[in-house]
Design a protein around this ligand. Structure first.
Ligand code: ATP
Length: 313
């Protein structure tokens, strides 16, 4: 097997169907593995790179370069699979195996399919933040998953790309009319493309989008469990406001503003005090001052016990 601990899946056992997600270099398809619904992550095909190449704006790259890009993307997928394959937790998407095809010259990560789509899609559709009760139960699930990732037994895996578009809703939510029905949904963290063990930080990975990155990450590329805490704060802000952080700003401006501690996300005045405290804790300038996920998880549980224990809207 190309990835230790992970089954190789025969390409002929896979049916690759609708495209459900497009990243910078990857495609995610809905599909079937035998009878089971799965999500299949793969490198954008060479033909799609060739399509880019044919476009008028693409003049500088040769064929050689597009296949180098393809090879780098495949290497990235393999790295993702190696981290991913060791993870088993109810709030983390399960990787079933890896497949490849000579014909398509591509690699396929076959994973659990989350029917509800990504959390940012839900927020976009609602055009508003989550109800406090839903919010705090979702925060708890995500904190639980990250607490597990950060655990010593796994070597302190840092996600590096926490944001609502990387949080998936496991159950179908298509026909939900009442917000109270969102309360019992299961969230699962995905996208381990940038994840790495703390001790292996290579420094060559350039992560995520600036809006979710901590000042020290932008300045010096120092990712840690505490930079995940910062991103978690931004993720909570997305859930509360239903908005996209620093929307309409350009990237260099966002990077500069955060790196120099001049920008912070506005917490709405209607936000319950205990929620704004969670975000403020995550956004401490000094990484040491931010809580661990063990602490965040306990803090969230205390909030639930004190105010939301009846689990009703
Ligand atoms: P990005 O550049 O945004 O990080 P990526 O290429 O790394 O993207 P993912 O983030 O893993 O890819 O997935 C992209 C999108 O595909 C997700 O936001 C989600 O909408 C969809 N998706 C990914 N995995 C699954 C899954 N297991 N079940 C359902 N949908 C999924």
């Amino acid at each position: 097997s190309v990835v230790p601990n992970l089954p190789t899946i025969d390409y002929n056992d896979l049916q690759i169907k609708d495209l459900i997600g497009v990243g910078g270099f990857g495609h995610v398809h809905y599909g079937k593995f035998g009878e089971v619904d799965v999500a299949i992550k793969t490198a954008k095909s060479l033909t799609s790179f060739n399509a880019i190449k044919r476009s008028p704006s693409y003049k500088t790259h040769s064929d050689g370069q597009s296949s180098t890009v393809h090879k780098n993307v495949i290497d990235g997928l393999l790295r993702e699979a190696r981290v991913f394959s060791n993870l088993k937790h109810p709030n983390i998407i399960q990787l079933f195996g890896v497949s490849s095809s000579i014909e398509t010259n591509n690699l396929y990560l076959v994973m659990e399919y989350a029917r509800g789509g990504a959390l940012n899609q839900l927020l976009e559709k609602r055009q508003s933040g989550l109800y406090p009760n839903v919010f705090i139960y979702y925060a708890k699930q995500i904190a639980d998953g990250i607490k597990y990732l950060h655990d010593e037994s796994l070597g302190h895996i840092i996600h590096r790309d926490l944001k609502c578009s990387n949080i998936l809703i496991f159950e179908d939510i298509e026909n939900i009319l009442d917000d109270s029905e969102l309360l019992d949904k299961t969230l699962k963290i995905t996208d381990f493309g940038l994840a790495e063990k703390q001790l292996q930080t290579s420094g060559v990975l350039t992560a995520g989008t600036y809006a979710w990155m901590s000042p020290e990450c932008i300045r010096t590329n120092e990712f840690s469990t505490k930079s995940d805490a910062w991103s978690f704060g931004v993720l909570l802000w997305e859930c509360l406001t239903g908005e996209i952080p620093y929307k309409g700003f350009d990237q260099p401006q966002v990077a500069y503003g955060i790196a120099t501690n001049q920008y912070s996300l506005p917490i709405p005045s209607t936000c319950p005090e205990e929620f704004s405290q969670l975000m403020k804790d995550c956004w401490q300038i000094n990484p040491e001052d931010r809580p661990t996920f063990s602490e965040l998880y306990d803090q969230i549980n205390t909030i639930i016990e004190e105010k939301y224990a009846n689990n009703q809207l």
